[in-house]
Structures are given as structure tokens and as C-alpha cells.
Write a protein that binds this ligand. Structure first.
Ligand SMILES: Nc1ncnc2c1ncn2[C@@H]1O[C@H](COP(=O)(O)OP(=O)(O)OP(=O)(O)O)[C@@H](O)[C@H]1O
Ligand SMILES: O=C(O)c1ccc[n+]([C@@H]2O[C@H](COP(=O)([O-])O)[C@@H](O)[C@H]2O)c1
Length: 421
């Protein structure tokens, strides 16, 4: 029988089951991400959106160290406070603290090579679906490169441009631990992100897969922490723009990633060890960790997500302080995404401090090699070349609207020899 003759037949357009799912603000479940489509592509890209409302009970907290106000969970006292100053690791300190569980105790299935280094591989690659259309007059970036049909699930959250108005972003931080047998984990990526690219976004997805596959951690949040302007690296756009681009990329392509502007707003360069301390302070000290099913709070492990090149810089003289490396690798831990041309495993073997903390380090194999580099993207923009499919459309549009990178004076020879060999 023709189904349309059925008395209970509901045409698809009026069937509520056929409506697109409501936007989520959660770490994606194991299935593929549902891309959000239909967008506000006629709106200016940098239009601020209201701060998403909070649905959990918070009160204002005043930090003595920073002099800043911030949100504070009332049940934080259940987790012992960890001082934010760099301190030598003491075994008694860390034995019972889930934040400091080495990965080895939290592995469910893992492969440990003969040399004791943990290797995880990603089991799946996720595709984000982008709809592209074009109109408008653009001088440098062609019109067909910038139209953006990515949906904004909650509006793009804008962070303060100054420390006085700073609030730690927690709108996508999970409110509770889903699997009570797991340890909560927040992943933090530090870097220039000038500009953020699809590689920087993929790094988190690769990490998520590896953590799920190989450890007993549950990822409860992911953050970019763009470095401040005092880093004085070639090609560094003003931090305000880099933070905005990261925000656009997160809000328009991800349902769980956030951007923390704290590091970028500091008047001086902040060492990565102290940036991780800041996350610990915000998540474990001020918020008391994360709620579990029985209402108690668990401390959250915080790990640095970095590419192989950044890790190798740890072996260069006078770049990182040994004390900081012990702090980062011992107290927090590191997720290393292999990078083309860098032999991470050999490096870990040869580096004494890395080797000492190898149980707190997880090497993530790139199954689909992605070597998009911000340096090359900047060069392409300067030469009027296409950068589409290297970074999100919303970021391309932002670059075009703010004329970023096109007048850069970064020496091309250096770019070529560093990256285009
Ligand atoms: N191709 C890559 N593979 C793995 N990790 C990467 C890759 N490119 C960048 N990363 C990592 O991303 C983080 C942020 O890096 P960064 O902002 O310096 O990107 P970049 O593309 O290397 O930038 P630039 O070209 O300006 O040096 C770092 O941890 C870096 O190691
Ligand atoms: O903390 C340190 O001593 C330290 C030394 C060198 C680099 N870093 C961080 O490593 C990141 C490097 O980023 P990039 O863009 O230079 O690859 C950036 O976030 C720096 O703050 C940190």
C-alpha cells in the first residue's frame, strides 16, 4: 500500500522526529560529529554574542594572587588544594591524587614499546562537513573562499580583551563525569595559533580517540591557550585576533573545544608550566574538580597537548627550564602528536627528563598525516593564494575582514627553509 494513504502518515516536513537535533555542548559520543549547518554568513564575523547562561550554582570568588573575580563551586573543599607555585614533586603528595595518576595506572589497553614509551593510535578519522557558497567583493581572499555556512550552536563566545574582565570559560566543560570508573581529564594546547588551522583542531580529535582507546581517562574539556604577544615570534598576529580566530574555529566546528584568553592577556610572557598551573587553579582549586554520580567531586588531570616539534624544542638548550619540564611532565603529563619529520620516540628515549616521566606521556600516531603549518598559511595569504580547506571558513573570513597577514614582512627565505623543504 502507498504509505501516504495510511491514516497515521505524517509528512516528513511536519514530523518532529525529522527535525535536526538540538545543539549539544558535550564532548561528542563515539559516533561521528553531526555538523551544524545553516549559518549567519551575512552577519559580521566578529559580532559578539551574549555569554551563555550558567545552569550550575556558582558564587563569586576573589583570587588573592591574581586579584580577579571568577566563578567558584561551593563543593570545592573536597579536593585538597594544590599550590600553584612550581614545587618539586613529592611522591607522598601525588600518590592518592587522581590528577597526578600517571598514564600507566590509567591505561585500559595500550601498547608499551620495549623502551617503555606508550604509543596510542587513532582508530577513526572524523570528517567535518562544510557547505560553501560565495558572494561579495573581496580584495585578497576570493569571495568563494570565505562564505560560511557553519552553524553557531550557542553564538560565538567572546572573551574579555583585558584581564580585568577575564572569566575562565567553562561553558563547554562537562558538568559531571559520565563514566564513574574513569578519571577526568582536561586537555590544554599551548601555542601561537597564528592562525589556528584544521591541524590544530584535528590534534584534539586525535587525542580524544587515543585517550578513549588506550586509557581510563574521560575527557571532560579541551582548551586552546594562545600565547601572549610578548612571545615575539615571527608572524604572530596580535593576541586579540588569535584568540578570536580560535574562538570562531572552536564554536563553529567543534562541540567541546574552548579557548582560554588568560595566557594571552598576561602583561608578560607566561611559561607553559605556569599556564598549566592556571588551569589547575581554575578547575581543581576554584571549582573543586568535577562532580561524580554520587555528588562527590573528583580532581581533574590536566595534560598538555603538543606536536612533536614542540616536544623536541624541550631538548634544545636554554629554551625550557629543567624544573619546568619536571613540573609539566611529572605533575601534569603530555599528549604528543607525532609530526612529520620528527622522531618523537627516539627523542623521548634520548631525553633524560622525558624518559623519567615517560609513564605520564602518550604519543599519538597520526594515521592520516596532516602537516598544515601556520607559517605556510601566512605565506599563502601574503601571496594571495587560496587557503581554503586548510582552516575553517569563519577563520578565513576573519583574516580577510581584519586584513591579517597580507602585509607581513616575515622573511620568505626563512619560511621556505624552515617549512617548505
Ligand atoms: N604538523 C603538525 N603536526 C603535529 N603537531 C603540530 C603540527 N603543527 C603544529 N603542531 C603543534 O600545534 C601546537 C601549536 O603550534 P603552532 O601554533 O606553533 O603551529 P604551527 O603551525 O607550527 O605554527 P608556525 O608555523 O607559526 O610555527 C604545537 O604544539 C605544535 O607542536
Ligand atoms: O615554558 C617554557 O619555558 C616554554 C619554552 C618554549 C615554548 N613554550 C611554549 O610552547 C609553545 C610554542 O608554540 P610555537 O607556536 O612556538 O610552536 C608556546 O605556547 C610557548 O609558550 C614554553
Amino acid at each position: 500500500m502507498d504509505p501516504t494513504h495510511d491514516p497515521n502518515f505524517v509528512p516528513p516536513s511536519s514530523n518532529p522526529q525529522m527535525e535536526p537535533p538540538a545543539p549539544s555542548n558535550k564532548i561528542p559520543p563515539l559516533g561521528p560529529i553531526q555538523p551544524y549547518v545553516l549559518a549567519d554568513y551575512l552577519e559580521p564575523i566578529d559580532q559578539p554574542a551574549p555569554h551563555p547562561s550558567k545552569d550550575h550554582k556558582v558564587k563569586k570568588h576573589h583570587s588573592k594572587e591574581s586579584g580577579l573575580s571568577s566563578e567558584h563551586s561551593e563543593s570545592h573543599s573536597k579536593i585538597p588544594r594544590i599550590p600553584t607555585e612550581l614545587q618539586p614533586l613529592s611522591s607522598s603528595d601525588s600518590e592518592n591524587d587522581p590528577r597526578e595518576q600517571p598514564l600507566s595506572t590509567a591505561y585500559s589497553s595500550y601498547s608499551q614499546s620495549e623502551d617503555g614509551i606508550y604509543m596510542a593510535s587513532n582508530s577513526a578519522a572524523r570528517e567535518l562537513d562544510e557547505r560553501v557558497s560565495g558572494n561579495g567583493n573581496i580584495a585578497r581572499v576570493h569571495s568563494f573562499q570565505i562564505a560560511d555556512l557553519e552553524e553557531v550552536p550557542h553564538g560565538v563566545q567572546r572573551q574579555s580583551k583585558s584581564l580585568t574582565g577575564y572569566q575562565f570559560p567553562s561553558h563547554r566543560l562537562a558538568t559531571h563525569l559520565e563514566d564513574q570508573t574513569k578519571y577526568p581529564l582536561v586537555v590544554v594546547a599551548c601555542g601561537s595559533f597564528s592562525p589556528i588551522t584544521y591541524l590544530h583542531l584535528r590534534m584534539f580529535e586525535m587525542a580524544l580517540d587515543s585517550i578513549r582507546e588506550s586509557t581510563r581517562f574521560e575527557v571532560v574539556g579541551g582548551y586552546y591557550s594562545p600565547v601572549s604577544d610578548n612571545y615575539h615570534k615571527q608572524g604572530l598576529a596580535p593576541s586579540y585576533h588569535r584568540v578570536r580566530m580560535c574562538e570562531l574555529a572552536c564554536e563553529r566546528t567543534s562541540s567541546w573545544l574552548m579557548v582560554d584568553a588568560w595566557e594571552s592577556l598576561q602583561p608578560k610572557y607566561t611559561r607553559t608550566a605556569l599556564v598549566l598551573d592556571h588551569f589547575n587553579e581554575e578547575i581543581n582549586v576554584k571549582r573543586g574538580g568535577i562532580r561524580t554520580a554520587d555528588g562527590t567531586y573528583k580532581g581533574v588531570k590536566i595534560m598538555l597537548l603538543a606536536g612533536g616539534d614542540l616536544i623536541e624544542s624541550m631538548g634544545e638548550p636554554n629554551v625550557w627550564a629543567d624544573q619546568d619540564l619536571h613540573h609539566i611532565l611529572g605533575r601534569y603529563g603530555c599528549l604528543i602528536v607525532e609530526r612529520t619529520g620528527s622522531d618523537v620516540r627516539s627523542f623521548l628515549l634520548s631525553h633524560d627528563i622525558m624518559y623519567e616521566h615517560r609513564k605520564n606521556i602518550l604519543v599519538i600516531t597520526q594515521l592520516i598525516y596532516n602537516d598544515i603549518s601556520s607559517t605556510k598559511v601566512r605565506l599563502f595569504l601574503r601571496r594571495g593564494m587560496s587557503v581554503q580547506y586548510l582552516l575553517p571558513n569563519s577563520v578565513i573570513r576573519y583574516i580577510q575582514e581584519h586584513n591579517l597577514y597580507i602585509n607581513d614582512k616575515e622573511p620568505v627565505k626563512q619560511v621556505m627553509s624552515d617549512r617548505l623543504d
